[in-house]
Design a protein around this ligand. Structure first.
Ligand code: AMP
Length: 397
């Protein structure tokens, strides 16, 4: 599943490092507006547009670049947003106006964000991280004079490049950047919280620790739930709305109206950290007459190879048909995976016909001929017609 993520956090929390680790693991496209501006700095001044020259001046002072310039750059790179492996936006959006523009851009591309990862760290740790940070101009590796020093002072371990301190990591710029962050970027957390997209992640510890926390936050749980309530419009919608609100994914379902009730079984995937909130809200639907039972979806351990077959039954309705047949199937260890039955009037005689269709899972160890014989005997006793589709060859292991 592609991941479409925004990375939020004050300068120095390690977003860039996390973005690289996430890209390597998720195969998503990394789009860093800060990297784009830094690359522009290497251009010959004659190749820069006036807007870009002005942007670099803002950047040098630690200020935010005007929204229009940033948005123009991102719009030029819209193909990144279409990347099949998803995308990671690092350093963008940084203002509510940019977040709104991103929403419009994504809607136009018919894409949705999956989550906004908000990295959080106390201010004094941020300042210490930034002021000791040294970067390689060649491979962009980041070192820290205390926490992650290079083997040879001032030289990149990976490519031998001469490490430098970013202009905006100097103390006077750090203060301006932190103010810009508090004023412009911090309100984004609320913007995304209201959209149920925000995942808060502690940025304390090593990059590996933070990465593990990130991957855990992105994990999903699989839930199976049954839903039943008096049939009325909007019932499925109320469940679907809650699943979507908690960033869940509706995977499969079977639903039906029967005897004035509407019931269904469904399987959904939901981010681990939203699971409890979703279950609590589903339970609250009981006050509206809907009973929801939620269970974790734990795939059963495989008990060897099995083949599938379809069983059909038609005959005059009488008590005990389902019991007799399911009893016989169970005695062979055959599992009924799906069962649909109905009683209908026969076209000519008007008598009540019982019809059933079942999908069966038949263990490879079963003797197909014995099952068939047993079903034929029951068919004769109950005066019904039973057809069992030809059993396919069990898969060879
Ligand atoms: P970063 O590497 O993300 O910390 O970005 C470095 C600098 O580039 C910032 O301090 C800003 O001057 C500028 N910049 C990067 N992204 C944006 C953005 N989305 N909006 C405004 N300015 C930005």
């Amino acid at each position: 599943m592609p991941h479409r993520l925004v990375l939020l956090g004050a300068p120095g929390v390690g977003k860039g490092t996390q973005a690289e680790l996430l890209c390597a693991n998720l195969g998503a496209c990394h789009l860093s507006t800060g990297d784009i501006f830094r690359a522009a700095k290497a251009l010959d001044p004659s190749e820069r547009t006036p807007a870009l020259t002005a942007a670099l001046e803002h950047m040098r002072r630690g200020e935010l670049v005007p929204d229009e310039t940033v948005l123009a750059l991102v719009t030029e790179r819209v193909s990144c947003l279409r990347c099949e492996g998803g995308f990671l936006l690092d350093g963008f959006p940084r203002t509510v106006a940019q977040a709104e523009a991103l929403e419009t851009l994504l809607a136009r591309e018919k894409l949705k964000l999956d989550a906004v990862l908000s990295y959080e760290l106390p201010l004094e740790q941020i300042v210490s991280r930034l002021s000791g940070r040294h970067t390689c101009p060649g491979c962009k590796s980041v070192f820290h004079i205390e926490a992650r020093p290079p083997k040879v002072a001032g030289i990149c371990d990976h490519c031998g490049g001469k490490l430098y301190q970013r202009e905006d990591d100097r103390p006077e710029s750090i203060r301006v950047r932190m103010e810009a962050y508090e004023r412009s970027t911090a309100p984004l957390a609320d913007f995304y919280r209201r959209r149920h997209l925000l995942l808060s992640i502690s940025a304390e510890g090593s990059p590996e620790d933070i990465f593990k926390r990130t991957m855990d936050a992105l994990k999903c749980s699989l839930l199976v739930m049954t839903v039943i309530g008096p049939d009325r419009p909007g019932l499925v919608e109320s469940v679907a709305a809650l699943v979507a609100e908690h960033r869940g994914n509706w995977l499969e379902s079977r639903m039906s109206r029967l005897g004035g009730q509407f019931a269904g079984i469904l399987r959904v995937e939901v981010p681990v950290e939203r699971e409890q909130a979703l279950v609590a809200e589903l339970r609250r639907l009981e006050s509206r007459g809907l009973t929801v039972v939620v269970q974790p979806d734990r795939p059963e351990p495989s008990t060897g190879s099995a083949s599938e077959s379809v069983l059909e039954i038609v005959g005059q309705d009488r008590p005990g048909i389902v019991r007799e047949i399911t009893h016989a199937l169970a005695s062979f260890g055959v599992n009924v995976e799906e069962l649909e039955t109905e009683c209908a009037s026969a076209a000519m005689s008007g008598e009540t016909l019982f019809k059933a269709c079942a999908r069966l899972s038949i263990p490879a160890s079963c003797n197909a001929a014995e099952i068939r014989q047993k079903l034929e005997r029951i068919a004769a006793d109950l005066i019904v017609e039973i057809t069992l589709a030809e059993l396919p060859e069990p898969p060879r292991s």
